[in-house]
Design a protein around this ligand. Structure first.
Ligand code: SF4
Length: 289
């Protein structure tokens, strides 16, 4: 690809010579590929999700819990052939699915690796929601389960947190396309999602109004019954300088958003208070690479 337009940043750089916003070259770069138990039960199940944590990010939120990957490009470069071997290894370890975490800069390489080896388990696309329509079309028929975030509605908040004032318009269109591609959620006999789109929303401190607008969008504009995971695990990060994001959310904030979620008739997953810590961030020590 001579001019990269894989994500809405549309940097139009030749990534074999230089890098764009995501900081990634053309060779797949990851920091971990292992069974992962800290996803929603329909993704992690009892045997774990085969999570592939890619380096680089097309959004790079200031509050990212995977800062070393998304902002600093921490990772190990591997070939497409090695990537296919890792798919097979995760399958043989018993993974319920292959779970591509923020992998957008490497869509062409992942598609090539899946041509070499595609396991008979669902392909999960774990995304910030900030996806270009043309790239989603490349994934149609390959991805079984989309796992997108819907982060903010406010253009000001998206500009402040991720230098992406267009985040909501882009993500809204992307989520509609994801739902169109997968259709309604389908689960196997063990409750593992085989097809569908599961939306995640992380409540930010001081931003409950925005969270409620996110939920309004989901209820009004996406197919009824689309599952939604409401997350309270926001953990302040030392490198985040945006005013007000330096504390966890309060019980009152969570209750306010949860009440709205319930009033809208949304369903899916809500989180216990104990999840509000950083214990869910795995070690990015090149395990499985
Ligand atoms: S994938 Fe990276 S280089 Fe390509 S458009 Fe997006 S941020 Fe720019």
């Amino acid at each position: 690809m001579t001019q990269c337009t894989l994500c809405p940043r549309k940097c139009r750089v030749n990534r074999s010579e230089t890098t764009g916003f995501c900081g990634m070259g053309n060779t797949p770069k990851l920091a971990r590929a292992a069974l992962h138990f800290w996803e929603e039960p329909c993704i992690a199940g009892t045997k774990g999700s085969g999570a592939l944590f890619f380096s680089g990010c097309t959004l790079r939120c200031c509050y990212c819990q995977n800062h070393s990957l998304s902002h600093q490009g921490h990772g190990k470069e591997i070939s497409v052939e090695r990537l296919a071997e890792i798919f097979q290894s995760l399958y043989e370890q018993g993974a319920h699915n292959l779970n591509f975490v923020t992998a957008t800069p490497f869509v062409p390489q992942i598609l090539k690796a899946l041509e070499i080896y595609k396991p008979p388990i669902p392909i999960v696309w774990n995304s910030s929601g900030y996806e270009a329509m043309d790239t989603l079309k490349m994934l149609e028929g390959v991805v079984d389960v989309y796992l997108p975030d819907m982060k903010h509605v406010s253009s000001r908040l998206s500009a402040l947190c991720a230098k992406a004032p267009d985040y909501f318009e882009v993500a809204a269109a992307a989520l509609k396309e994801m739902c169109r591609q997968t259709g309604p959620a389908v689960y196997d006999e063990n409750g593992i999602m085989q097809k569908g789109t599961l939306i995640r929303h992380l409540i930010l401190p001081g931003c409950t109004q925005d969270s409620m607008q996110v939920l309004n969008f989901i209820a009004e504009s996406l197919p009824k019954g689309t599952p939604v995971a409401l997350m309270r695990q926001y953990t302040p990060q030392p490198f985040c300088t945006v005013k007000g994001l330096d504390r966890p959310i309060t019980d009152a904030e969570y209750s306010r958003v949860l009440s709205h979620y319930e009033a809208l008739g949304l369903s899916g997953y809500t989180q216990e208070k104990s999840s509000s810590d950083s214990a869910f961030t795995p070690a990015f020590d090149f395990t499985g690479l």
